[in-house]
Design a binder for this molecule. Structure first.
Ligand code: UGA
Length: 491
């Protein structure tokens, strides 16, 4: 049964719930701290002792605005604790949230469910009282039902006291806004199989519900699908506008104006129509691949085939930035270059691209997959930086938060710790992540630091006229770059 309601608060007569959160990565650590902020006693569990020790000292191992403050506040108040022990959480909590990762399997499209399965099995083996296990991780449809069976068989073998039920409660938080999205979500979706499970979850979310947050109570399959459908839709929106970029890059036109104009139609909406180097991160890319893998397993190969196209469009944006770098630098040294091709440089640079890029100093502004995050998983920016480096460019990489994670992945790139160090002496600047620090650069100040005034805006966040006025050759995704053969770059 599916019901939609809002503004329903929980009974105030029940004792405060004790909450455990299994997995303390981006999702789990945020959820744990926010549950403490909502007034619950919380025990976060992770199998990594180093992570548990750091979090217990109030140290967050990743960048997420607002989260360090919440972590310190609730570690100090004693409301938020961390452990590696399933015995501890199993004997203590009423509700166990699972927030472990479901990454893409190496060399495959499907999601790797081993961590989520291990979490359910370990909880089932250690819970010694009545409890509700609530999955938050993004999983392929059908997973909750499989996990319910795993829970039942493990409990039967373990013969421990207490009745344990499963629910699914997908998470829609965005990195960079994780605290806000958790404390004031735009909707709450729960897949439940009993009134008891729904009531417990209503108690957990009593505060956001009291402010009118829509509450969608449904079955397991719908809850699982809501999450992947949302991410697939967002990925499609981004690739849709980026496909139009390929047209405007060829025939002219302004991709931003196009997005604004269609975005005024409330049925379309302007959000997630920012053309640029495309989507990355730990969610959108792997989720659209896992969805294709899952429907294929279900014998529905054609159903999500369009997502393969969305993936391709997205990845071609990275080729396009490398192509543009070649064209701009060829233009800089006086070569007559023709209009942009698409995907010409590719993941493996052509000898012609290497010839142009070799030894040129390129300032890479941004390697995080988006601003307000230090996450470089499947980051388009880091991929482009590495491709330019592989083609022989001398890259100076600066990201306000992402350098350390990027250096773990690609240690050979040249990393610098300030914007000025990145751009000084540069032949070309490539803006790849739209941090405020980059959006607010003064073109005249930058012109004094670079060797050659060339800039590629791969996120469409700079004012082309201001950069051209300051003497720059400006190129941007979704805009035609003509090179010397056909006159100046389009603004
Ligand atoms: C995404 C979803 O937005 C969340 O709702 C979801 O909970 C989360 O995945 C998840 O599954 O856990 P997130 O990965 O934090 O959140 O990042 P987004 O803000 O969605 O951005 C994803 C990528 O799309 C970024 O690389 C961003 O630069 C890119 N993007 C976004 C564009 O290229 N254009 C746009 O208009 C918007």
């Amino acid at each position: 049964m599916t019901s939609v309601a809002s503004n329903q608060s929980a009974s105030s007569t029940v004792a405060p719930l004790r909450i455990s959160v299994v997995g303390t990565g981006y999702l789990g650590a945020t959820h744990a701290a926010c549950m403490a902020e909502l007034g619950f006693e919380v025990l976060g569990l992770d199998v990594d002792p180093a992570k548990v020790e750091a979090l217990s000292r109030g140290e967050l191992p990743f960048h997420e605005p607002g989260l360090p403050e919440l972590l310190i506040k609730h570690v100090q108040s004693g409301r938020l604790r961390f452990t590696t022990s399933y015995e501890d959480v199993g004997a203590w909590a009423d509700v166990h949230f699972i927030g472990v990762g479901t990454p893409q399997k190496p060399g495959e499209s499907a999601a790797d469910l081993r961590y989520v399965e291990a979490a359910v099995r370990s909880l089932a083996e250690h819970i010694t009282r009545d409890a509700l296990i609530v999955g938050k991780s993004t999983v392929p449809v059908g997973t909750a039902t499989t996990l319910k069976d795993l829970l039942a068989t493990t409990r039967a073998t373990a013969s421990l006291p207490g009745t344990v039920e499963l629910a699914w409660n997908p998470e829609f938080l965005r990195e960079g806004y994780a605290v806000k999205d958790t404390l004031t979500p735009d909707r709450l979706v729960v897949g439940v199989e009993s009134e008891h499970a729904e009531n417990l979850l209503r108690q957990v979310y009593a505060q956001p519900l009291a402010t009118g947050t829509p509450w969608i109570s449904t079955d397991f399959a719908t809850a699982e699908l809501v999450k992947v459908a949302a991410n697939a839709f967002l990925a499609t929106k981004i690739s849709f506008i980026n496909a139009f970029s390929e047209i405007t890059e060829t025939v002219g036109g302004d991709i931003g104006t196009l997005a604004d104009a269609i975005g005024h139609d409330p049925r379309i909406g302007r959000k997630f129509l920012n053309a640029g180097v495309g989507f990355g991160g730990g969610c959108l890319p792997k989720d659209i691949r896992a969805l294709q893998a899952r429907v294929s397993e279900l014998g529905l190969d054609r159903t999500m085939r369009f997502l393969a196209e969305m993936d391709d469009i997205n990845l071609r944006r990275r080729d396009r930035v490398v192509d543009l770098a070649v064209q701009v630098l060829a233009h800089d040294r006086g070569d007559a270059t023709g209009p942009a091709g698409h995907g010409g440089a590719g993941a493996v640079p052509s000898p012609a691209a290497v010839e142009v890029l070799h030894g040129r100093k390129i300032a890479i502004l941004g390697v995080a997959f988006k601003p307000h995050s230090d996450d470089v998983r499947d980051s388009p920016a880091l991929d482009v930086a590495n491709r330019l480096y592989t083609a022989g460019a001398d890259v100076a990489v600066y990201d306000p938060q992402g350098n350390a994670n990027a250096a773990k992945r690609f240690p050979r790139l040249g990393y610098v710790d300030t914007l000025a160090k990145a751009i000084v002496g540069a032949d070309l600047i490539v803006l790849l992540t739209e941090w405020d620090e980059f959006k607010t650069m003064d073109p005249h100040d930058v012109a004094r630091l670079v060797d050659r005034p060339n800039i590629i805006d791969a996120r469409n966040v700079l004012n082309p006229a201001a950069w051209i006025e300051a003497g720059f050759t400006h190129a941007a995704l979704g805009h035609r770059f003509r090179g010397l053969a056909q006159g100046p770059a389009d603004a």
